[in-house]
Design a protein around this ligand. Structure first.
Ligand SMILES: [Mn+2]
Length: 439
């Protein structure tokens, strides 16, 4: 990777002489971390720049961006790989730092791209790539390593720390790694962390303060201690108790993992929590606030917290309502129709949390539905690791009604019209039952 990065940086520094930079990045945590690294790097180079955060790239965005003044150099992060064909047709130079799949044959002369898929190297998140790019420009940018690790956690790469990630961890002076229970967050009082933990849903604990109090009393742990502060003995007692909670027994690898603690705004923070906070701010329409938070600008801790707290409350209420919602329990699948009781913006997250809980057997397909005015947002997830292709499952179900299915094998979604609700449910039931017989 080192050689590719050197070459990429060389081309970039050559091209930006006398030019301004236009940064376009993705709106998730990895994209926001990437953008923050790039912004800081451009500032330190004394370059003028502007930033745009997008959900994805479509034709309109490509046209708008390519029409911008010639004095600007386009720099994409955490997206752009699937658009190289469009970019290669233009005269302007385009730089892309990304880790999404790319077709080599589409690459053209004007596009410079840093993407680990091109040489089958380790899969690094975009923020890590942006960081290595930044460090190649100047070793003084090593202080941005924390943001690379934020992107890593955002894209859930932390369970498998590969060579380059080790290098980044070594660069980061302010990081503490601990193998522990994956409840959320490790730096908040356990009482709150257990009640509001959405890493995995624990029946009778998630959303229920009485259940939490009882559990902590039983094992004799002070409720105001954080997970980070527990000694080994206390940690193992807590793990045992949670593993024995009703439902399917959790396996160790499902509930234990690496936790990264670092400082943000001079407070000890769990990177997973920062990742959710940044993601929530950005997705709810405040990407600029998310970036300012990552830059640790004064006053932005409080503003970001406000949005984050609202988001968490919404999520916990939805999970609490989960047991009361209309469900269709099939053989190997569950359709969860949240109707107007779950916000469409969080139905995907709710399904992800339920799928990582112990309520349903491994391999169960979860189809979540939530109203959005005259449309219905659909999200598909699967419990545990599985080779079922959820994108195909949804594509089949909507083949007679108009809908574009997005996502991939493990997580997919689409938007259908409200009047197609019944047809969709019938189709998906039919397809999933047939699927099962085939197996
Ligand atoms: Mn990414």
């Amino acid at each position: 990777m080192r050689e590719e990065i050197k070459k990429f940086v060389g081309e970039f520094l050559q091209e930006i002489k006398n030019k301004n930079i236009r940064i376009v990045s993705h709106y998730d945590t990895d994209g926001i971390s990437s953008a923050t690294i790039l912004i800081k790097t451009m500032k330190r180079l004394n370059k003028k720049f502007s930033v745009r955060i997008v959900k994805g790239i479509d034709e309109n965005i490509i046209n708008e961006e390519l029409k911008r003044p010639e004095k600007e150099i386009l720099l994409f992060s955490d997206l752009g790989s699937s658009n190289v064909e469009d970019f290669s047709k233009t005269n302007s130079k385009v730089f892309i730092i990304d880790h999404h799949e790319i077709k080599k044959e589409n690459m053209g002369g004007n596009v410079f791209i840093l993407n680990p898929h091109l040489n089958k190297k380790e899969n690094l998140c975009s923020a890590a790539l942006c960081y290595l790019f930044s460090k190649e420009i100047s070793p003084f940018n090593k202080d941005l390593s924390k943001l690379a690790l934020l992107g890593m956690v955002g894209d859930r790469h932390e369970s498998e720390i590969t060579k380059s990630y080790y290098e980044i961890i070594k660069d980061c002076e302010d990081i503490e790694i601990k193998k522990s229970l994956l409840i959320f967050s490790a730096t908040r009082p356990l009482k709150r962390a257990l009640e509001y933990s959405t890493t995995f849903y624990i029946p009778g604990i998630t959303g229920f303060s009485e259940g939490v109090n009882e559990l902590l009393k039983e094992i004799g742990i002070q409720e105001n201690k954080s997970l980070h502060e527990l000694d080994e003995n206390e940690t193992s007692k807590l793990i045992t108790r949670i593993m024995l909670k009703k439902g399917r027994n959790f396996s160790e690898e499902e509930i234990l993992g690496n936790i990264f603690i670092t400082n943000f705004f001079n407070r000890k923070e769990d990177l997973r929590e920062i990742s959710v906070l940044v993601n929530a701010c950005s997705r709810l329409g405040f990407p600029d606030l998310a970036i300012s938070f990552c830059m640790e600008k004064e006053g932005f801790y409080e503003r970001a917290q406000e949005i984050y707290i609202k988001y968490r409350r919404e999520l916990i209420d939805s999970l609490k309502n989960f047991e009361r919602l209309e469900k269709i329990n099939g053989n190997g699948f569950v359709i969860l129709n949240g109707k107007e009781k779950i916000k469409d913006a969080i139905i995907g997250t709710v399904c992800s949390i339920i799928s990582s809980s112990n309520i349903y057997d491994k391999g169960t397909i979860l189809i979540g539905m939530a109203y959005n005015n005259d449309k219905i947002k659909i999200s598909a997830r699967v419990v545990g690791k599985s080779d079922k292709n959820l994108k195909q499952v949804l594509e089949k179900a909507v083949c007679n009604i108009k809908a574009d299915v997005g996502g991939h094998k493990e997580a997919a979604g689409c938007l259908i019209r409200k009047e197609d609700e019944k047809i969709f449910i019938e189709e998906i039931k039919k397809n999933l039952e047939i699927e099962l017989i085939k197996v």
